[in-house]
Design a protein around this ligand. Structure first.
Ligand code: NAD
Length: 253
């Protein structure tokens, strides 16, 4: 039986664990060939092993997305190997710890670092891969957050700016038939979110949701599979929320 991503190439950043690993496995289960990247080599190889165990092809690239020159060189290596890319899922990001510092208390160089990883690297990476995305009439998906809609320190700034950047990218890349969207997850149960926020904070956030369910990485996988597919061919310049109706999102009204 044919699968939705048969014959398609999918690039996922931040795939050493958490949502990125779940996404890589999700696209692989649907028949996709995976190209996965992360700064953490060990976790990345672990994910690659899991993807291959599903019968899918998988190529890994270790990268530090805070470094423009690495985006250029790794991007060029990917282009040389994969002239047609159907989905670029810019998932890598720093969500916990120092990135939550209030905006008036963070030194400029650290602010710039977080902006580079969370906000600008998706643009620069997509720019390098643009010829392959054009070839496939592909799709770029940027991983935003519900934190984009609340005063959430530096992290909130990086994700709110990523939404704006998504709209700008959609306009630029649309000329080549490439769609660009963002996904804004609410609280998803990942190892990183569990260890950084703790059970009490998880409970507090969930109490505010309109639905009481726990967010699972699979909820993001299902959305990513839809957005990257032909079923979403008329959707671009959109931020899709997946947060059980979290009221933080109401900040945009
Ligand atoms: N889990 C949630 O509840 C949640 C909610 C909203 C948004 N998000 C977003 O989803 C994405 C994944 O979150 P997660 O919970 O899986 O966290 P995670 O920390 O498990 O995953 C992030 C990945 O990005 C990688 N990364 C970080 N800096 C990098 C760099 N400089 N170069 C290359 N890779 C780098 C990390 O090594 C890690 O594997 C992030 O962008 C996060 O902001 C997560």
């Amino acid at each position: 039986m044919s699968k939705r991503y048969d014959g398609k190439t999918v690039v996922v950043t931040g795939a050493a664990g958490g949502l990125g690993r779940a996404l890589a496995l999700g696209y692989a289960r649907e028949g996709g060939e995976l190209v996965i990247l992360d700064i953490q080599a060990e976790g990345l190889e672990e994910t690659a092993g899991m993807v291959r165990a599903l019968g899918a092809k998988c190529t890994t690239f270790q990268i530090d997305l805070s470094k423009e020159e690495q985006i250029e060189s790794v991007g060029a290596a990917i282009l040389a190997q994969f002239p047609k890319i159907d989905v670029l899922y810019n998932n890598a990001g720093i969500a916990y710890g120092e990135v939550n510092t209030p905006i008036d208390r963070i030194p400029l160089d650290r602010f710039q670092f977080f902006l580079m990883v969370n906000t600008l690297s998706p643009l620069y990476f997509a720019r390098v891969l643009r010829p392959a995305l054009k070839e496939a009439k592909g799709c770029v998906i940027n991983q935003s957050s519900m934190a984009a809609y609340q005063p959430a320190g530096v992290y909130g700034v990086t994700k709110a700016t990523l939404n704006q950047l998504t709209w700008g990218m959609a306009r630029m890349f649309g000329a080549d038939g490439i769609r660009v969207v963002a996904v804004a997850p609410g609280l998803m149960e990942t190892e990183a979110s569990a260890s950084s926020l703790g059970a009490e904070k998880h409970e507090e956030i969930r109490r505010l949701q309109m639905l009481s369910e726990k967010g699972s990485p699979e909820d993001i996988v299902n959305l990513g599979l839809f957005l990257g597919s032909e079923d979403a061919r008329f959707i671009t310049a959109e931020v899709m929320h997946c947060d059980a109706g979290h009221p933080f999102r109401a900040w945009r009204d």
